[in-house]
Ligand binder design. Structure first.
Ligand code: GDP
Length: 325
């Protein structure tokens, strides 16, 4: 399907950063009247998207994500790439966010002409934030950014959402002593395509090596024999800027391996399917929030359920009937 590119889309495709920033603001807008314009923009640019290397990056606050992204992004720019950095932080609207929007976190990238740093959209649901971030990612790709780094902290299911947006999922871990895989939520290792133990510098070097051995042992148990890809465990330092070569090399290798196995195209198709459903679910939620009849009747239905005058199932039936489903 090829669509006409609207005029602001031409500016985005021409690499106009201000136009890109405005376009992302438009797709992030919650105003229903902005939706057709946002749709036309994304649809019109769709044929120019999909060519970037998309990397999801997670790790607990303080693990050194921003320092590492600043270092890795600068490393990539030095090698001719154009790097966009986005974030998925569903807590950003309520708490000010676990990922700070402050651009000084990535001082070098914030001022590099070949980089584009954008904080998380502050929207309510994770699905909504992820859908907006996907659109922002597509716009960045259309604007010529060939590497997109999507950062998240493990709030709720945000890692899963980011793994679903990207091709390669990088888990940044802290060097820890002993055999405890501290700081990593259960299930995250299963999402990881690459584990980077950060702060492997100075006095942290030995502890980082010990942590890496623990992760390798854990992966040995978790990864089925004969799997197409066993996540490598790397030692890096965002601060000392070491291990970046090996890290990027593994991102490329992961991509090559997935492509060779036919898994790359399949993954992106699967992600498109989930994206569509995330948008559908968001519309339904939006309708629930804004439909005048629902807004009028909801307090009574909720009260009736709370007071056990109405069963939860019967309450759901009443709401569904108003929605016509
Ligand atoms: P984020 O919350 O994951 O984004 O972490 P930051 O990048 O803000 O880093 C948190 C703290 O760890 C800061 O004080 C950094 O200076 C420090 N830090 C980050 N990367 C490294 C590293 O590679 N080595 C060491 N020793 N400290 C680091």
């Amino acid at each position: 399907m090829s669509r006409r590119i609207p005029p602001d889309g031409e500016a985005v495709a021409g690499g106009d950063r201000a136009a890109l920033a405005r376009a992302i603001t438009l797709v992030e807008s919650k105003r229903p009247e902005d939706r057709p314009g946002a749709r036309a923009l994304v649809d019109g640019l769709m044929s120019r998207t999909g060519r970037a290397i998309r990397v999801g990056i997670t790790g607990v606050p303080g693990v050194g994500k921003s320092t590492l992204i600043d270092a890795l992004g600068s490393y990539l720019i030095d090698r001719g790439h154009r790097v966009a950095v986005l974030a998925v932080d569903p807590s950003s609207s309520r708490t000010g966010g676990a990922i700070l929007g402050d651009k000084t976190r990535m001082a070098r990238l914030a001022t590099a002409p070949a980089a584009f740093v954008r904080p998380s959209p502050s929207s309510g649901t994770l699905g909504g934030v992820a859908a907006r971030t996907r659109e922002a990612m597509l716009l960045c790709e259309a604007a010529g950014f060939d590497v997109v780094l999507v950062e998240t902290v493990g709030v709720g299911q945000s890692e899963t959402a980011v793994a679903d947006l990207t091709d390669t999922f990088l888990v940044v871990a802290l060097p820890g002593a002993g055999d405890e895989l501290q700081g990593i939520k259960k299930g995250i290792i299963e999402l990881a395509d690459i584990i980077a133990v950060n702060k492997a510098d100075g006095s942290g070097g030995e502890r980082a090596a010990a942590a890496a051995a623990d992760y390798r042992a854990a992966l040995h148990i978790l990864v089925p024999p004969g799997a197409a890809w066993t996540p490598p465990v790397l030692l890096v330092s965002g601060l000392a800027e070491t291990g970046l070569d090996a890290l990027w090399d593994q991102v490329r290798q992961h991509r090559d391996r997935m492509e060779a196995a036919g898994a790359f195209a399949a993954k992106r198709k699967r992600q498109d399917g989930r994206w569509m459903w995330a948008l559908v679910e968001e519309r339904i939620r939006e309708r629930l929030r804004t439909d005048p009849t629902i807004r009028e009747k909801l307090p009574a239905i909720e009260a009736a359920v709370a007071e056990a005058r109405l069963s939860p199932a019967a309450g759901a039936d009443e709401i569904a009937a108003i929605l016509g489903i």
